[in-house]
Design a protein around this ligand. Structure first.
Ligand SMILES: Cc1cc2nc3c(=O)[nH]c(=O)nc-3n(C[C@H](O)[C@H](O)[C@H](O)COP(=O)(O)O)c2cc1C
Length: 194
């Protein structure tokens, strides 16, 4: 598989901004069932092995699950402050949860859990995200203890997979903007006006 030009650029941006702790965070937008937008920050968990599928981890109890059940389109927006580059990655977002029937993807979910930090596992073990605290009891915790990496993931742990269909890249320093579109023979890079 040849690495698409947008991904080569993204790898370079990740590398040149790696001294910034927050360079692996990006925003992912979805559409709420009533048509209003929703956006939030998530942490990049790499590309799935031998693919261009971008991943992050999430909790199926969050609002984004409802959004995606309604419409699976999502757009990631990633800004690298040092190199002053922006990537917008549009695509279909799938959550790989505990009931996934795809063996390979379920395996990827387990791998993602085994790589989760303690802070991350603490969030997943906790009570329903977004639920008012006043209505929350111990029973709302998925696991009253923080579940270890070696234990199976908590039920609501999901690997989110973005299948990218379009990339819009902006380099503010060079005043360059490129649109990348998939074609049967690979990706087509179209320079556009910034
Ligand atoms: C720096 C940072 C990193 C975050 N990383 C994640 C993440 O990787 N996955 C995730 O689901 N939420 C992450 N969150 C929390 C989300 O921004 C959001 O609050 C949560 O996913 C609920 O969103 P929703 O109700 O719109 O689905 C992060 C928040 C911050 C500030």
């Amino acid at each position: 598989m040849t690495t698409p030009a947008w991904r080569q650029a993204l790898n370079k941006s990740l590398d040149s901004n790696k001294h910034l702790k927050y360079s692996t965070f990006f925003q992912i937008a979805t559409t709420r069932p009533d048509g209003r937008p929703a956006n939030r920050t998530v942490a990049f968990r790499g590309f799935m092995d031998k693919t261009d599928r971008l991943t992050f981890t999430t909790d199926t109890r969050t609002q984004k699950t409802k959004d995606l059940n309604h419409k699976d389109w999502a757009e990631a927006c990633w800004y690298f402050p040092d190199s002053r580059e922006q990537y917008r990655l549009l695509g279909h977002l799938t959550l790989i949860g505990k009931d996934s029937s795809d063996k390979e993807l379920s395996q990827e979910r387990l791998k993602a859990w085994s790589e989760c930090s303690e802070t991350n596992r603490k969030w997943f073990s906790g009570p329903n995200p977004g639920k008012p605290k006043a209505e929350t009891s111990d029973a709302d915790h998925q696991d009253i203890n923080v579940r270890s990496n070696e234990d199976p993931p908590v039920d609501s742990f999901a690997l989110a997979v973005l299948d990218i269909t379009e990339v819009d890249y902006v380099d503010l320093l060079k005043n360059v903007r490129d649109r990348h579109e998939p074609q049967s023979s690979g990706w087509n890079k179209i320079p556009v006006n910034p």
